[in-house]
Structure formats: C-alpha cells, structure tokens
Design a protein around this ligand. Sequence first.
Ligand SMILES: *[C@@H]1O[C@H](CO)[C@@H](O)[C@H](O)[C@H]1NC(C)=O
Ligand SMILES: *[C@@H]1O[C@H](CO)[C@@H](O)[C@H](O)[C@H]1NC(C)=O
Ligand SMILES: *[C@@H]1O[C@H](CO)[C@@H](O)[C@H](O)[C@H]1NC(C)=O
Ligand SMILES: *[C@@H]1O[C@H](CO)[C@@H](O)[C@H](O)[C@H]1NC(C)=O
Ligand SMILES: *[C@@H]1O[C@H](CO)[C@@H](O)[C@H](O)[C@H]1NC(C)=O
Ligand SMILES: *[C@@H]1O[C@H](CO)[C@@H](O)[C@H](O)[C@H]1NC(C)=O
Ligand SMILES: *[C@@H]1O[C@H](CO)[C@@H](O)[C@H](O)[C@H]1NC(C)=O
Ligand SMILES: *[C@@H]1O[C@H](CO)[C@@H](O)[C@H](O)[C@H]1NC(C)=O
Ligand SMILES: *[C@@H]1O[C@H](CO)[C@@H](O)[C@H](O)[C@H]1NC(C)=O
Length: 685
Amino acid sequence: MPIHGLTPILLCFLVVWSIQMPVSSHPQHNRCRLIQRAALCNNAELSSVPLGLPNNIEELQLNHNHIQTLPDDSLHYPSLGTLSLAGNNLEKLESNTFQDSQLLQSLNLAENSLHIGYQETSHALMKLPGLRALDLSENKLEDNMASVLLQNLTSLEYLNLSKNLLLRLDESSFRDLIQLKELDLQRNMMFEIDGAFHSTPKLLRLNLAYNYLPCLTDFHMTQLVVLNASHNSIEWFISRQDLQDAFHLETLDLTDNRLLFFPFLPSRSHLRNLYLSHNSIRFYEHLADDAIFPNLTTSVQFYNLNSNVSNVTAQLWDDGLHGDISALEILDLRVNQVAYFPQGFIRKMPALSRLRMCTNCLETLNLTSEQLSGSLYELDVSNNRLKQIVADEGTLTVLGNLTYLNLSLNDLEWLPSRLFTSLPSLRSVDLSYSNIGICPTEAAEASRGNISACVVWKNMVSLRQLYLKGCRLARIPPSAFTGMFLTDLELSDNPGLIAEQSIRSLSRTLQHLGIGNTEIQEFDFSPFQRLKSLNISRNSLTHLPSSLLSLDIQLLDLRDNKLSTIPSSQANALAPKLRTVFLAGNPYNCCQLQWYWMFETTKTINMLGKSDISCQDVTKTTLRVEFLQSPLCGDESGESIFWYLLLFVPICLSFVGISIVFLLTFRPKLLQKSIKKKYLKPTSY
Ligand SMILES: *[C@@H]1O[C@H](CO)[C@@H](O)[C@H](O)[C@H]1NC(C)=O
Ligand SMILES: *[C@@H]1O[C@H](CO)[C@@H](O)[C@H](O)[C@H]1NC(C)=O
Ligand SMILES: *[C@@H]1O[C@H](CO)[C@@H](O)[C@H](O)[C@H]1NC(C)=O
Ligand SMILES: *[C@@H]1O[C@H](CO)[C@@H](O)[C@H](O)[C@H]1NC(C)=O
Ligand SMILES: *[C@@H]1O[C@H](CO)[C@@H](O)[C@H](O)[C@H]1NC(C)=O
Ligand SMILES: *[C@@H]1O[C@H](CO)[C@@H](O)[C@H](O)[C@H]1NC(C)=O
Ligand SMILES: *[C@@H]1O[C@H](CO)[C@@H](O)[C@H](O)[C@H]1NC(C)=O
Ligand SMILES: *[C@@H]1O[C@H](CO)[C@@H](O)[C@H](O)[C@H]1NC(C)=O
Ligand SMILES: *[C@@H]1O[C@H](CO)[C@@H](O)[C@H](O)[C@H]1NC(C)=O
C-alpha cells in the first residue's frame, strides 16, 4: 500500500526533472534579461561572463555573481560603455581584458577582492583610454595598491574608493588623475593627507567622511565646491588666508568632529551650507583683549609624518576673522558650546535662512541687536539657557519669512508678549518646557509691546503646529485659540490642565492632539471630526472615551492608564481605522483580551511596544500577553486556569498515591525475580 502512495510523487519528480534538464543546459546568457542595448545578469550565480549576448550591447550588468577573474578573451562587445561587476569576489582583471572594449567609460568593481590581483588589474585599466567613472569601493585596498591601480588613468572623472584600508595620501596617490571631478574616500582609516590634491585641479566634490583626520590646515583647493569631512577627529580647520582668489566652496560639512574654534574659512568664498553640529565650538571674544591676556599665542604649528613643520598663523582670539560667510544660507551649529554670538556675526549673513543652534549654551538672545536677516525661515534655539528673548516691534516686522521657531527646553521667563502674533508666516512654534503661559485676553491688551510672562496666540491665522508641552499650564482661557487653524496641538505634560472648552474652537482643523499626562478624566472628542492622532497616555483612564469611536483615529497612544480591557464593541469600531497604537502600561485583565487578538490579527494595525503589554490573572500574577497563545479563560466566562489547577492537583495526587501502593504491593515479587536471575540457581526460602 505505501508503495502506491509514493508512485505519484516519483512521477512528479521525473516530470520535473525532465523539464528542468534542458533549461539548465541552455547557454548561460539565458539568465540575462535584455532591455534594449543593456544586458542585465545580476544575481544569476554566474561564474564567468555569459557567452552569446548580442554583439552590440552597450551596457552589461553582472552584479552579485561568482566571477573570480576576468580573463583576456572574455569581453567581445565593441560598443560596451558600461560594465558593472559589483559583489563578485573578483580578484583580478587580466591585462588584456578590455582589448575589444575600448569604448568603456564606466566600470563598477565595488565589493570585490582586488587587493589580491591589483597589479595585473592595473594593466587592464591602463588600456582604457576613455574611462571616466570607476568604483573601487570595498576592495580591501591599501595605500600602495590604490596608487598602482590608478596609474595613468588620466581620463577619470569620478572615482569611488570608499570602504578600503587607506591610511595616508600624498603626492603620489592621485598623480595622474588630472581630470578628476568627484572623489569619494569615506570610511577608510586615513589620518593624514599631504599634498595629495596638487595634481587634481578639477576636483569639485570630495568626501572624506568617517576617517581619522586630526586637522585640515592650509586648505587652498579653490575649485572645490563640496567638501565633506564629517565624522573625523578634526580639531582645526584652517584655510589659507593669504589667497586672493575666491574659493568656489558652497558646502562644507564638518559635523561630528572635535573643533574648538569656528572654522577659519576662506576670506573670499560663496559658502552657502555650513554644517558644524556635534563639535565643541565656542567663541572667545572675551579673550581677545590684549590688555588682559597679553601673551596668548596666536600661531599654531602643525607637524606631519615627514616632520615637516608648517606654521599656520591665525588670529585665534579674534572672532572678527572667520572668513567670508556673506553667502551663507544654512548654519548648523547644533550641539556645541556657543554661549553668545560675537558682535556683528549674524549681521554678516544677510542671506541666512536656517539657523540651528539647538543644544548650546546661549544665555540671551537680543533679536534687535543681532539683526537676523529677513530671509530667515527656520530658527532653532531649543535646549539652551535662554531666560529672555528681546525684540522690538521693528525687528519683528523684518522677520516676515520666519516659519519655524523652536524655543523649547530653555529657562524662558520673559518674552515680548506680541512676539508670535507679529510674525505673519509662522507655521510651527515649539515653546515646550518653558515657564511661559497663555495670557488672558484683557491682560495682553494691557501689556501691549512690553515683555511678559505669557503670550497671546489668538487670531494667529498662519500657525498650524503649536507645542506647549510641560509649560505648567493649568486653566487655558476660553478664547485662547479662537481665530486659529491649528492642525497639531501638543499640551501633554501639563498636569491638572483644563482645556476642553478652549480647544473647541479648533475642532474643524485639529488633526493631532496631545493631552498625555494632564490628569484628564472625561473628554468629549466628538466635535473633533478631523482628528487622526491622539495621545491620552499617562492619565489614569479606566475606560476608553466612547466619543472616540466615531472618529477616524489612526494613531492612538493609550499607554500608562488604568484600562482593564477594551470592550469588543469598541475594539471592533477602532480596528479598521487604526494604523499605529501604543497600549502598554495598563493593568489588563488576562480573561478579557479579545481586543488584543482582534488587533493582533488585523494586518493594518501596528502595535508598537507589543512586548511590553502585560495582563493580570485572577491571582494578580502579571503575564506578558505576547506569550499567551490563546485566551486563558473560557470565551466570555471569568474562569481562570486557577480553577483547572485546583481540580488537576487532587487528581494528580491520587494518581501518584495509587501508583505507590501498586508498586509496593508487587515489589517483593519483582525483587525475588531479579535475585533469582542473578544467581542463576534455584533457591528455596
Ligand atoms: C603610464 O605613465 C607612465 C608615466 O607616468 C608612462 O611612462 C607610461 O608609458 C604610461 N603607460 C601607459 C600604458 O600609458
Ligand atoms: C561610493 O561607494 C559607496 C559604497 O559602495 C556608496 O555608499 C557611495 O554612495 C558611493 N559614493 C558615491 C559618491 O557615489
Ligand atoms: C557627508 O557624508 C556623510 C556620510 O556619507 C553623509 O551622511 C552626509 O549627508 C554628507 N553631508 C552632506 C552635506 O552631504
Ligand atoms: C608677557 O611678555 C612680556 C614681554 O614679552 C613679559 O615681560 C611678561 O613677563 C609676560 N607676562 C607673562 C604673564 O608671562
Ligand atoms: C614657526 O614659527 C616659530 C615661532 O614663530 C618659529 O620659531 C619657527 O622657525 C617657524 N617655523 C617655520 C618652519 O617657519
Ligand atoms: C537689545 O539690543 C538693542 C539694540 O542693540 C539695545 O538697544 C537693547 O538695550 C538690547 N536689550 C537688552 C535687554 O540687552
Ligand atoms: C521671503 O520669502 C519669499 C519667498 O520665498 C522671497 O521671495 C522673499 O525674498 C523673502 N524675503 C526676504 C526678505 O528675503
Ligand atoms: C524642538 O527642539 C527640541 C529639542 O531640540 C526637539 O526635541 C523638538 O522635536 C523640536 N520641536 C519641533 C516641533 O521640531
Ligand atoms: C504621548 O505623550 C507622552 C507624555 O508627554 C509622551 O511621553 C509620549 O511619548 C507621547 N506619545 C507619542 C506617541 O508621542
């Protein structure tokens, strides 16, 4: 019988086998797709270049195969312009590989092992008169290997050497690359660059990110447009100050280094984007005074590996000499130690549109004296030590383009009471974690133009997002938000907040409301028909407000309340609309988890922090809901495993008892038998 059962399977095998045979014996080019003049043979388990492709192909992609070498006679495509061999474990190209492909312009050899056969490979590359783009990233190349591979590549315009083992660059590294425009050297281990770019006069974009460079001094690459030296250990950036030519530099990225000083930028440049976040930059104007500190040195000496000393003189203590920042549009100084702006510093940037100063040590901000430009779009001074912001009416009218303003996490106590209402383009304001309240309307009228410990929001028609977390707000005046069109309102972390009445006026526009940790009890959400995101976490709610069910809520944060269940009818109503939900931190009843299984099986719901959701069984034991395979208790009954245990234990005990009695009764006989067996002779007792 079992034989009969197997026969169909065997037949299947035979049929499949007979179909597969001819396919796999086809020539290898069947694994390629031809799209016009491109042959795409990626991920095809090829161990050599496939034969029989059309003679006139212009592009050949062989990424992620197992091609270890490219032998001399393997490419017969005279029109080939682009060849890609990334991720092949390729060890070498034989020296005449490209004999018949002289038009090749773009060659991708990323993610291979060319450190093994770099010498022979270099002979192959040399014979490509028109090679313009070469990707050698991730090939375990060391300094000498790279310079051998790059010999005579005089036509190269784009070169990628990222993720190799380069330590040091000098004159010999890129000697022949006279046409080079873009060079990517990120993620090597470079600690020194000495004259390596003397022979690349056309270089426009240079990426040195994620290396170990300690400084960039005597910078004089006037033609360079983008320099990325982020994520190194750079303490000094000093450009050559005596050059009269204008630098073409537009973007300089020095993020995540060890700068102590604002970089010494070229004295003439078109720098537009300056990224300096995550350094230790501060200004030292107070040290510039010769009368107080007469003998502070003003020149720095740098030594390199060949113990060449270079003297770089920079007016270290003179904040007036930071170079040309007149075209700057983005200045990113997040996470530094700036306590003040030197006099006139901000004024030098008439085109500034984004000023990011989050997490510094600013103590005052006098907008009137700084004279920020009218093009300012984003101002982030969050997480500083600001006590007060000063601005007169005239200053505020200049800032007509300011759209995003973040003042959160400061020690603010005073603001011009008309600060926000005077800024006509403002769309997003974050004033969280400051001591600023909302003025009762009458008080605001009285203190017009003065500084005040509260601000007016009423009638700000441009504002869409308002964040007032942790502002110690208690009762919000009833008309505080009238005449506004807010879509996002954050009022979380204001314990004892009474706001239901005052936010009614936003019911036609509000899409996100945050009232976590505000001690709310009851809340009627039904007027807020546009609400899509709601945070009511940390509020001791014992049940879900039923007014929520009619809304189109997609994101809901219910964490840390006192919910014991979500009734099935509510879960049913929410499940089709919810996209993201936070549920942990509630004392759910293990016997009433139908809602959980429902959310769990609804594919469109993302339960974030699912592993933290727990429930309590009848014995008050806390269990992780994730590990409960199915409801612990009967479908609706409140019974628990406890009762089953109570029943089960006596049965077990009686069974064990009976077994013992049984064993003891028959044991003597068993003993006798075994003794008899052992001595192999009959004994009589
Ligand atoms: C490569 O360049 C060297 C000099 O830099 C020259 O002597 C040699 O002939 C060149 N080789 C080829 C193949 O162009
Ligand atoms: C260079 O190669 C790396 C790794 O393959 C890649 O991430 C990077 O984007 C490339 N650089 C450029 C400028 O294309
Ligand atoms: C600089 O390079 C890093 C690493 O590749 C990248 O994350 C960053 O965006 C680059 N900076 C700029 C301004 O492009
Ligand atoms: C500073 O330099 C002057 C002259 O070079 C010298 O007389 C004086 O003692 C120095 N002061 C200090 C504090 O070293
Ligand atoms: C560098 O400056 C110091 C002090 O000014 C001087 O003694 C030294 O000779 C200078 N070295 C070079 C190479 O110019
Ligand atoms: C702010 O700057 C203006 C103009 O420089 C000045 O008149 C005013 O006194 C300053 N206010 C404060 C509080 O420093
Ligand atoms: C404000 O922004 C508009 C639109 O982006 C721009 O045309 C205008 O020049 C800006 N105003 C100032 C003073 O820069
Ligand atoms: C304001 O800045 C704080 C701290 O830097 C940040 O956490 C918050 O997300 C920012 N607010 C907005 C609306 O971007
Ligand atoms: C909801 O508000 C609480 C209290 O401020 C906060 O801790 C939590 O991160 C917020 N939830 C979401 C999803 O942002």
